[in-house]
Design a protein. Sequence first.
Length: 171
Amino acid sequence: MKTLLLFPLTLIAFSCSSTKKENQDISSQTTLKIENHCPDNVDCNFQIFQNKSLNVKTDEIGTAYYEIEENPNKVVFRYQYKLRTDEDLQDGGYLEEVLFEMDQNYGDFSFSGKELQNTKLILNVMCFCRSGKVGAHKINKGTISKKGKNLSIKLDKVIEDQKINEIEISL
């Protein structure tokens, strides 16, 4: 009787496989290079999420935030500027992100002013900061352009002490 019970349990245990996937959302391009200077105490990175779209929402207290969702027709670009802090400090972190969305078959492009919202361009800030600084801020002033393998993002000031103003990426 034990062997009859042990056999199905063993079979179930070996038939289960981990559902953990490598991050396939990050662009398969291996030549991405951040061209602008990243300070010594900051981690800067750039990612391209294939088959994703950017959904900007507002919570019950009025703070905007974003979610990256499945969408086979879109691509999301994300640049992060993360201050390195002591892990023991609960409220010491600071992160700024610039995100925008494009059609899956994007080529060269250029957007400025109110056109920027065609890309859902946002500056997202996460920190223990005063009210009004935290959250996703829609950007209507600045430029995004891609020509060949060069991506350039220039932002006007959106928040006090904004760290990200210009981003230059070689794709």
